[in-house]
Design a protein around this ligand. Structure first.
Ligand code: NZQ
Ligand code: ZN
Length: 385
């Protein structure tokens, strides 16, 4: 286990009706709030009206229409609004896309020039507006992490930036706000949570405590995603998924590890180029990547995964057992209704080499759990076709 510093300062308000605490929590930031949201789900399910009433003592400015896979133009639009109106803080109400866009706006308000430059030069970010979140979709963990993913459709780039400045100060996690999430987004979000955990779990550094947490988080998603799909208003299922999503990416599961991910960088190239939902792309890639990297070097870890996550018997031959865990992963994604091939999303091999080059360069995949070359990534993409 490597040495680490762990610092997570988001004030998490978890449970039914926790929005009610917002006026009190937000007043120390100032009066002018930029309320950000996506394509309208919060208007359809009543959350928008509820928040407007709760926040009636504040001066509210709005930026709606944030798209899934938020675009840099939207970030620039939000930052311009701040510069015009002198906003004190951002309240992001939505899923990972709204939260990510809001983080980028929060930092871009103090950035001279185009926000894309800021995303590319994340180490130069020094300040950001305070951010609060009302989460509506259990998936990315953006509500309690210091990362954001922004897309540039002109160049087909999708980049992740990190900055401690954009860690949300307050996050309201009310599972009821996820009741209206569609089956496809519920399943994609669940696959995304699992992928975050799997990326942390399969790491060259052995670390028992974070891996015990990781195994527990995976078991939670495996147990509760099917329940949430069957009964969208099951509070307990939505609550477990919501907490698992935040726990999966708040840094706990990667403490003492290398944090050298693989599938996410490949998926970001897919969703930068094609209309594919992040979690659904991960559900296609992850089992194929697992099969590709299974070897004498990784087999013991895969056996732990099969036994501790999927409940397989340890009595079998190591490779049989390891494959059983991978088969179970693939079958689970199918069971929750996610496609298992890229062709199901209309994706062919035309851009494979270019995507592999970018994934390796941006994701530094030579340092991953099992180092991946461009050729390796192309092979994984072909296995996923
Ligand atoms: O836009 P609205 O109308 O709100 O609809 C959204 C959107 O269409 C809908 N939705 C959200 N909450 C809902 C709801 N529909 C009904 N009821 C609700 N309560 O779901 C759709 C998808 O929303 P989105 O925010 O795009 O999903 P998600 O949370 O999965 O975010 C995906 C983005 O986050 C990035 C992904 O790459 C992608 O761009 N990621 C961010 C990370 C981070 N910041 O740490 C890490 C992740 O690995 C990921 O890369
Ligand atoms: Zn993800």
């Amino acid at each position: 286990m490597k040495s680490f510093e762990y610092h997570m300062t988001t004030d998490i308000l978890f449970g039914m009706g926790q929005e009610a605490a917002l006026p009190d929590r937000l007043k120390s930031y100032g009066k002018k709030i930029l309320l950000t949201y996506g394509g309208g789900s919060i208007k359809r399910n009543g959350l928008y009206d509820k928040l407007r009433v709760l926040l009636s003592d504040f001066e509210i400015f709005e930026l709606g229409g944030i798209e899934p896979k938020p675009r840099v133009e939207t970030v620039n639009r939000g930052a311009a609004l701040y510069k015009r109106e002198g906003i004190d803080m951002i309240l992001a109400v939505g899923g990972g896309s709204t939260v990510d866009c809001s983080k980028a706006i929060a930092a871009a308000t103090y950035w001279e020039g185009d926000a894309w430059d800021m995303v590319v030069h994340m180490d130069r970010i020094t300040r950001a507006l305070p951010i609060a979140v009302v989460l509506t979709l259990a998936a990315t963990g953006s509500e309690t992490d210091a990362a954001a993913v922004i897309s540039n459709p002109n160049t087909h780039e999708k980049l992740l930036f990190f900055s401690p400045c954009v860690l949300p100060g307050v996050a309201v996690l009310n599972p009821e706000n996820t009741y209206t999430v569609s089956p496809f987004q519920t399943a994609s979000g669940s696959a995304d949570i699992m992928s975050h955990v799997i990326e942390n779990y399969f790491d060259r550094e052995q670390a028992f405590v974070p891996d015990a947490i990781n195994e527990g988080l995976l078991r939670a998603v495996i147990r509760y995603a099917p329940i949430a799909l069957e009964k969208p208003s099951d509070y307990e299922a939505r609550a477990q998924l919501m907490w698992a999503a935040s726990m999966a990416l708040n840094g706990l599961g990667s403490t003492g590890k290398n944090f050298a991910w693989s599938c996410h960088y490949i998926e970001h190239e897919l969703s930068a180029m094609y209309d594919i939902t992040h979690g659904a792309g991960l559900a296609v890639l992850t089992p194929k990547w697992m099969r590709f990297i299974l070897s004498e070097y990784t087999v013991d870890k895969f056996c732990d995964y099969a036994v501790n996550v999927w409940g397989c018997e340890r009595s079998e031959d190591k490779f049989t057992l390891a494959n059983r865990g991978i088969d179970a992963t693939e079958a689970f994604f199918k069971r929750i209704g996610l496609p298992s091939t890229l062709s199901a999303f209309g994706i062919d091999d035309v851009h494979f080499s270019m995507m592999a080059e970018k994934a390796c360069r941006i994701g530094r995949l030579q340092d991953a759990y099992v180092p991946l070359s461009e050729d390796d990534v192309v092979k994984i993409l072909y296995m996923s076709l």
